[in-house]
Every structure is written in C-alpha cells, then in structure tokens.
Design a binder for this molecule. Structure first.
Ligand SMILES: Cc1ncc(COP(=O)(O)O)c(C=O)c1O
Length: 458
C-alpha cells in the first residue's frame, strides 16, 4: 500500500471492490427472509473469536467486513425480527433503511440551512406533516434529534427558559427550586432530564387505569411555585396508556405552565383511525415528541421534536460563537438551533423517503394493523383461563399475567424462546408484580405467532 496520506480517500481498485462487497452485504441484509433473531455473546466469547482489528495497519476492509458478517452481526439482535415484542422494538421499512445508506453516502451536515438546505427542506416537510396531523397551527416545527430522551430534555430546557424569562421580565425572584409534573407512569427519560437540568420532578398519582387526568393533578395539592411544565405521556412504554391530554392541557393553561407530551412510542397512533381519538387535546401542546424509530418504521435513530412556537425554542437553544455567526445570524431554519446539539445527521431523511415512497395511507394501514393485532390478542387472552389482562390495551402494547407464575417462571419461559431464536418476549413488571408484555410495532408480527406464544404458556 502506498504511503500517500490521502490513500483512504482515493477511489482506487481496492476501494471499488470493497464498495461492491459492502453493497452486496447491505443488499443481503435488507432482503433477509426470514430475518434471524440472532443472539448476544458474552465479552469473553467475543474476545476469543474476534482478532484485534484496530491496529496500526488495520486488517483490510474485506477482512473487517467478513468479521462483521460472521462474528459481530450474529451477536446483535435483529430488532426487526417479527417475533420481537420486547421493550419497544422497531421495524424499518425497506425504503427507509435503504435511504439511510444514501444519507451516509451523501456527507450532509444537517445542522444548518446553509449547509444542508435540501435535506432540511425535506425533514421539515415531514415535521410539518406530523405537526398538522397533531392539530398544531401553521408555523409549528422543530427538528429530528437522536431519540426521545434527547427530545424530552430539549423541550424541557425551553420550558424552563420560558419560565425564567417570565420571572425576570416581571422583576420576580427565581424560585429556590424549579420543578415539573408528570404521571407516576412517565418514562425514565423524564426523570433523567430532571437530573441533567437539576430540577425536581413531581410525580402525580393516577387511578387504576393509569391515565393522568387534569383532576389528578388538581387533587395532588401541588405547590405551583417553581413549576414550569407539565409532561403528559402519549402512550406509556409499559402499557401504551395515553394521558387525558385535554384536561391536562387545561390545567397547564390555568397555571400558565408549559405543556409537553412525550409520545416517543405512542403519538404514531394519531395516524390510525381507531386510536386517533385518544389524542384529543394534543393540538393544545407547547411541544411534543414522537420517535420514528419506534412506531413510524424508520431505522435508529430519530425523534421528531415539535414546538408550537419554534421561534422561542430557537432563542433558548441557539449556540453562539464567532465562527458560527455566519450560520446563526440569518432568518434561515437551522435545525441545530432547536435542541441541545450542534452537529447533526439529517436523520429525518429515511422517514421522509419512506413516506414519499409508500404514501401516508400505507402508514395509517400499517399502524392500524398493529392496533388490530393488539386488540385481537387481547380478545384471545380474555377467552383463556390461565392468563388475564392487567389493563385493556389502548394502543399496541398488551400486558397480561400468566396466573400462578413467579418471576422465575416468566424468565425461564422467555429465555428458552430467546435461546431457540423463536421469540424475544421478556416479561415486565407492574406495581412489583411480574407481568407479560407484547409491544406490537412490526406489521409482520402476526396474531397467529402471538397465539402460539400464549399456547406455550399454558
Ligand atoms: C414514552 C417514552 N419516552 C421516551 C423514551 C426514550 O426514547 P429514546 O429511547 O429514543 O431515547 C421511550 C423509550 O422507550 C419511551 O417509550
């Protein structure tokens, strides 16, 4: 190999060969049928079979690719395996995954209009479409960030900034502690945001149905001094429960605090006719998030963060530096200005391409089919005497108990299926009790498959 320092950037014959190998592998992975679940290996096992690859001379692209194909990839779960109903899986469309390759190949800086105008235009078309579907007024918009955790944090930072400004402008002192409210069933990322921001979280107790209503907040006897936001959940992770957004929004307005909805998993359900009604009141929010990498069939990683008033969010988030002035001192839409980040991948493009390829109606049908399978398996659970629903499913998460099973029995059953490559179906817990949970976001996850899982629990 030559010692030319630009040798990694030259399109020589070796690189051309590697390019073909990479495309061949991508083609193979994109069209795998059936998709294997695969299985993780321990560090010790991997250490034994993986040679050192990051060395002064490297091992060469063909060898590295072969090691990825034969050793590393099989040690990674295929999240799009149709029998994966654990956590919140994902099932990217082929168009979305394919376009992710193009995003990588295109060297786009997605942080500023000046550098990424075309990409930002397309991402914004998607954000506007989602905002419209949610019922937000014209002008709403935001940015695709890495995930729901980053989206929730970025939005709460804006919320506190607004509260601070309000106090400062009124000549009022800042509170000893800032805080925000959420339901006791809110996602862990909400508490994580509070830790990063050094603010307090006030957890509002909810009734047996798990839904936070405005009346739950009013009944909680909140001391509102220092409260800057209410966070409702649009589809809890454990149950898919949507808080009562209309009444929660009313309380937020009555107390003049920011209203944010964490819909990382669930807001996708606004596209399905049977679940849209659960989101009445979403049109009143100050901000919301939804993760296309959860239930909008996009690859990792993407969270759509949408603000009612992006201009204000921009003031809260824009980074200022002499070298950035040329970007920031304009009226153009710079995605970097709307969240806690600067450099960014144009990670909304795979979703844009997939929506443009298949059309919105195909998305509505796919999400509706996930909802339908959830309702059907819930019906089957109701008919069987050895299982019972913990709560009726609102969206596409179904939680039930196998009567009489201990936590160990759930785990033994789940581990056996996992080891055999049949299913990834781990139990969850609710109020200290082990429960089984199916999170259905893959249109290839069939009712028949879930019935077989139930049969195997008999
Ligand atoms: C309701 C909810 N909010 C936030 C998150 C965090 O999203 P991410 O994993 O994309 O950071 C999740 C993840 O499952 C979630 O279900």
């Amino acid at each position: 190999m030559s010692n030319n320092p630009a040798r990694m950037h030259i399109h020589d014959a070796q690189t051309a060969e590697l390019r073909e190998s990479i495309f061949d592998y991508a083609r193979y992975r994109l069209t795998l049928d059936p998709i294997p679940l695969d299985y993780p290996k321990s560090y010790v096992e991997l250490r034994e079979i993986m040679p050192d690859t990051v060395t002064e001379s490297g091992v060469g692209g063909q060898q590295a690719l072969a090691l990825f194909r034969d050793v590393l990839a099989p040690a990674c779960i295929s999240i799009d395996f149709p029998g994966n109903v654990s956590f919140i899986p994902t099932a990217p469309t082929e168009a979305a995954s394919m376009f992710d390759l193009i995003v990588s190949a295109s060297s786009i800086f997605g942080g500023s209009w000046m550098e990424g105008a075309g990409a930002v235009y397309a991402e914004n078309e998607v954000l506007t479409f989602i905002a419209n579907e949610a019922g937000l007024p014209e002008g709403a918009g935001g940015v695709f960030v890495q995930g729901g955790t980053a989206g929730n944090l970025s939005s709460l930072v804006v919320a506190r900034y607004k509260a601070m400004k309000k106090r400062d402008e009124a000549g009022l002192p800042r509170p000893a502690r800032w805080s925000f409210l959420c339901s006791e069933e809110a996602h862990s990322s909400i508490a994580a945001a509070a830790r990063v921001m050094d603010v307090d979280v006030i957890k509002v107790p909810v009734g047996d149905d798990g839904i936070m209503h405005g009346s739950d907040i009013e009944a909680a006897g909140i001391d509102w001094d220092g409260v800057f936001a209410i966070v409702a959940t649009g589809g809890t992770t454990n149950f898919g429960i949507v808080d009562h957004l209309e009444s929660v929004g009313e309380v937020a307005r009555a107390h003049d605090v920011w209203f944010h909805v964490d819909g990382a998993y669930g807001i996708a359900a606004i596209f399905a006719p049977s679940t849209k009604h659960h989101f009445a009141g979403l049109e009143t929010v100050d901000s919301f998030i939804v993760d296309p990498h959860k239930w909008l069939y996009a690859p990792f990683d993407a969270c759509a963060l949408v603000y009612r008033d992006p201009a204000f969010a921009r003031i809260a988030h824009t980074q200022h530096a002499a070298y950035l002035d040329v970007l920031t001192n304009t009226d153009e839409w710079n995605p970097s200005d709307f969240a806690y980040h600067l450099s960014r991948r144009a990670r909304g493009l795979p979703l844009w391409f997939s929506l443009a390829t298949y059309g919105v109606a195909a998305y509505r049908d796919a999400i509706e089919s996930n909802n339908r399978v959830a309702q059907q398996i819930a019906d089957v659970i109701r008919e069987r005497d050895y299982v019972e629903l913990v709560r009726d499913p609102m969206l596409s998460v179904v939680v039930f108990r196998r009567k009489g099973w201990t936590s160990e029995q759930y785990h033994e059953w789940a581990n056996d299926l996992f080891e055999k490559g049949t299913a990834m179906s781990f139990p969850s817990a609710f109020r200290g009790e082990p429960v089984m949970r199916f999170a259905i976001v893959n249109p290839l996850t069939t009712l028949e498959f879930l019935v077989e899982l139930l049969d195997s629990m008999a």
